[in-house]
Design a protein around this ligand. Structure first.
Ligand code: CTP
Length: 398
């Protein structure tokens, strides 16, 4: 069975103790289970093991300080993108900071911002572990729902033996998998479309749109991370395949319609995040049109509305549509929700700088057939993807 870590983003905090070298094994084990691992090291940790080791093992950049970054809110991004956070090894110091809510470096800032399952693997000298302050801090974390793994008895630094040794990486992985859970979409099949379509004018030119595909890819990876079997039918994009999803690449709306038609019957939910063409050139030339022939007349014809067709013969499937609007966003969205017979419609406001197509954030409302709408607000694509998949999971299990 696939690990619940498949496709999940793990924030791995490494703090300054000799056990830091064992976290390299932990990073490797997490990677082997399909997790996307983002390491943040404290200053102290870098004295025990080099960031390059983690960069090589995870394939991601390793972050070490709060101020050396070009990105001003890196701690916020790291926190929001993580499905699970782990601190291994966790020194008495970082445990105290977590208990108190201190945020004086990148790791403690990210952890203060973070909301989600947190696994902490303490490692310290037995005296520090037994100290009343540390015991109180560990109790505070436990009461807050933090999953503590270890420490265990064994050899410690400086030739001593006692309670304070970090648990083995394999045990920490088990705790992380337990903290993440099996996923509420296990056993479900979700079909997601993403990206633009390209409708040929001639052999080299096409009519397209500015969709990057990022929204649909974020939904596909979120659904896969929550245990669903995911098929992603993608128009032309520059994005890598989301982990855990089966990707079918297409160019035109007609190809997308055919690919969706093959898979939709078997799907529990279809999310049409693709920006599918509404019109296409009626007689595309198979040769390249020459400039000398003067400006061509490109006659357009309508393209079948894939989502509308799905809405007409929907069966048990949950249907989610998108609407990109520049004005009267919610009203126009509601009309599409009803007109296309959908369960949910994500009404996106486009046309303003920084939102919608090709942007990192979305301004959107989630409109629901059942009437429990989520009002218009700004979301990161990952937050919006999580909110959509939350709604979809509830609808599927009705
Ligand atoms: N859609 C589709 N097939 C098409 C066009 C759109 O399945 N040929 C889907 C999109 O994937 C999206 C939804 O329909 O989920 C809304 O598309 P949009 O183009 O915004 O709405 P339209 O109903 O085409 O209306 P208009 O473009 O006039 O706003």
């Amino acid at each position: 069975m696939a690990s619940p870590l498949q496709g999940r983003s793990v924030l791995l905090g490494v703090t300054g103790g000799i056990a830091a070298y064992k976290s390299a094994t932990l990073a490797r084990l997490l990677r082997e289970r399909g997790a996307d691992v983002h390491v943040v090291m404290t200053e102290g940790a870098t004295r025990f093991i080099g960031p390059d080791t983690f960069a090589a093992l995870t394939g991601n950049p390793v972050h070490t300080g709060l101020f050396e970054q070009t990105e001003s809110v890196l701690h916020v991004r790291l926190a929001r993108e993580a499905h699970v956070a782990v601190v291994a090894p966790a020194t008495a110091n970082v445990i105290a900071k977590l208990a108190l809510g201190l945020a004086d470096d990148l790791l403690s800032s990210a952890l203060l911002e973070y909301r989600g399952p947190l696994v902490v693997a303490p490692a310290m000298h037995s005296g520090m572990h037994a100290a009343p302050a540390t015991q109180t801090n560990l109790e505070t974390l436990r009461a807050r729902g933090v999953s503590l793994v270890g420490p265990v008895e064994g050899p410690l630094a400086a030739g001593d033996t006692g309670m304070g040794r970090m648990s083995e990486p394999e045990e920490i992985v088990v705790a992380i998998e337990a903290a993440v859970g099996a996923g509420d979409l296990a056993g479900r099949h979700v079909l997601v479309t993403a990206g633009p379509t390209h409708e040929p004018i001639d052999a080299v030119r096409f009519v397209g749109n500015r969709s990057s595909g990022r929204m649909g890819y974020a939904i596909a990876s979120e659904a896969a991370a929550r245990g669903a079997a995911v098929t992603l039918v993608s128009g032309p994009t520059h994005l890598p395949d989301p982990p855990g999803a089966r990707v079918v690449r297409v160019e035109t709306a007609a190809e997308m319609r055919a690919a969706v038609g093959l898979v939709a019957e078997d799907a529990d939910a279809v999310v049409m995040a693709a920006a599918v063409a509404d019109f296409r050139p009626a007689d595309p030339s198979t040769a390249k049109l020459k400039k000398d022939a003067g400006p061509p007349e490109v006659r357009l014809e309508p393209v079948a509305d894939i989502l509308r067709e799905l809405g007409e013969r929907r069966g048990h499937r949950v249907l989610v549509g998108f609407a990109a609007e520049t004005s009267d966003v919610e009203a126009a969205g509601r009309a599409k929700l009803e007109g296309k017979n959908l369960d949910l419609l994500v009404a996106n406001e486009v046309g303003r700088p920084g939102t919608g197509f090709d942007a990192e954030t979305n301004r959107a409302a989630i409109l629901s057939r059942a009437g429990d709408d989520q009002p218009m607000r700004d979301w990161t694509k990952r937050e919006l993807a999580a909110a959509i998949v939350d709604r979809l999971a509830k609808l599927i299990s009705r």
